[in-house]
Design a protein around this ligand. Structure first.
Ligand code: ADP
Ligand code: MG
Length: 467
């Protein structure tokens, strides 16, 4: 606590610049009510075209049952890293070999042809390096952007998010684009069996060993969630009746929550500034308040403001990285919040990396304070989203599978989320947040494996009918 009158006014001044991050439980409940009604409007056929939250049906109808077998290629595209994986499934045992490839910024902002040629080249290299050229390889493609799915292996891109903006892809079937690129650039015998979103992969991967798993959540470059929904509630479902279970995984794409302005009452001046300078202004409003691609920048904007107001870092040179957009990484937030004593070893290191030379222990304290406010708001908003889904599903007990570096590495995210979910769900409901391992690789392979199992069953039935 500040001791002198001067300090008190300083802390009061700081508080005025950050109080927008402190939201009451009542406010989170209001966010939940809004989210619930936006999700309903996304699920309803008559309103889906105007809804921000698209609630895409995925064509994934069954969770794995643990008997899935075989060798699969998987691709993981949709954020910070691009990976090719070889996934070997033998019942509950899973073996994964993977390699990460860089997608240079010029490709992220180039043409669709360049992007898919690059992906095909990486697959070609991977197949060669792993000596599996001769094999026919089924492929599960984790493509983590909003897509309107037309079949398990046909998905049209609705819009780019998260730093990607390749020309000529929106509205196209991305499986077709990949298929064409593979034909152009390699002679690998690859069959694209399924395209999934990383949230779906995360849910599938965890459901492989936990039958209570109903929700998948991503807290990485972006933020998104999916869940298993009854077909009766999915106004958009048009496929003919079949003998699959009467349910489907819905990819909510809730990162777009707030794009119509309904979250403006909780957005701060820092959220608005970040949005203005992003490559997709006005879009992905909820995602921009939560995910790893943006959190560091929000913190930076607050620190910059406090410094300009003379309340922080008097020794900071105006040329240093603190004043440059995008230079305060979200991993810094995790590092700073991992300081637990008055020595602030991590915080000091971060400030030094930013090129700030003269700082005091008090500066460190304030920097850490700002990080805790921004990350807690993110965790609480994600919790409000999950609580909305938990209440909607209404099961007594369920597991939520979570993946993404923000959840994995931030020291308090898991606990903050658990606390807030507990506060926001109906009494008597139980939940568990479980880290899902390799959702995008294992999950995509599992979707492909389940599809092939169902295809084989159908093949056998058709043979029986013909006979
Ligand atoms: P993706 O979502 O692209 O699959 P990740 O799950 O690895 O990839 O998430 C990447 C995001 O996580 C980046 O935006 C990055 O800023 C953030 N991130 C990376 N390391 C950490 C960390 N130690 N703490 C918090 N966030 C992190
Ligand atoms: Mg990922």
């Amino acid at each position: 606590m500040p001791s002198t009158k001067d300090q008190l006014t300083k802390y009061e001044k700081i508080e005025a610049f950050v109080k927008g991050f402190k939201l009451s439980t009542l406010t989170y409940k209001r966010v939940m009510t809004l989210l619930n009604s936006e999700m309903k409007s996304g699920l309803t056929k008559q309103t889906n075209h105007v809804a921000d939250i698209k609630m895409f049906p995925t064509f994934v109808r069954s969770l794995p049952d643990g008997t899935e077998k075989g060798e699969f290629l998987a691709l993981d595209l949709g954020g910070t890293n691009f990976r090719v994986l070889l996934v070997k499934l033998h019942g509950s045992d899973v073996e994964i070999e993977s390699k990460t490839y860089l997608i240079p910024q010029r490709i992220m902002l180039g043409t669709g042809k360049q992007l898919f040629d690059h992906i095909a080249d990486c697959i070609g290299k991977f197949v060669k390096d792993h000596n599996i050229q001769g094999q026919k390889l089924p492929l599960g493609f984790t493509f983590s952007f909003p897509c309107k799915q037309e079949d398990l292996a046909a998905a049209r891109l609705s819009k780019w998010t998260k730093g990607f903006r390749c020309e000529g892809v929106v509205g196209e079937n991305i499986c077709h684009l990949l298929h064409e690129a593979l034909k152009r650039r390699t002679n690998c015998d690859v069959e694209i069996i399924a395209v999934v979103n990383d949230a779906v992969g995360t849910l599938m991967s965890a459901a492989h060993s936990d039958r209570n798993c109903e929700i998948g959540l991503i807290l990485g470059t972006g933020c998104n969630a999916c869940y298993m929904e009854d077909l009766d509630n999915v106004g958009l479902w048009e496929a003919a009746d079949d003998d699959h279970p009467q349910q489907v995984i819905i990819n909510t794409e809730w990162g777009a929550f707030g794009d119509n302005g309904c979250l403006d009452f909780i957005r701060t001046e820092y959220d608005r500034e970040l949005d203005t300078y992003s490559i997709n202004p006005g879009k992905q409003i909820m995602e921009k308040m939560i995910s790893g691609m943006y959190m560091g920048e929000i913190v930076r904007l607050v620190l910059e403001r406090l410094t300009m107001e003379g309340l922080l870092l008097h020794g900071a040179d105006r040329e240093c990285l603190l004043f440059e957009r995008g230079k305060f990484y979200t991993k810094y937030v995790s590092e700073i919040e991992s300081d637990h004593d008055e020595f602030f070893a991590n915080t000091k290191q971060v400030l030094e990396e930013l090129g700030i030379e003269n700082f005091t222990t008090e500066d460190c304290k304030i920097v850490k304070y700002v990080c805790t406010l921004v990350s807690a708001r993110a965790a609480f908003l994600a919790a409000a989203g999950l609580a909305t889904l938990i209440n909607k599903i209404g099961r007594k007990e369920m597991t939520i599978a979570v993946d993404g570096s923000l959840y994995r590495f931030h020291p308090r995210f898991h606990n903050l989320m658990c606390l807030k979910i507990q506060e926001l769900i109906r009494p008597g409901q139980k939940f568990k947040l479980a880290l899902s391992h390799d959702g995008s690789g294992k999950g995509a392979a599992l979707v492909a494996a389940v599809a092939m199992r169902l295809r084989n069953i159908k093949g056998l039935k058709d043979v029986e009918v013909a006979a």
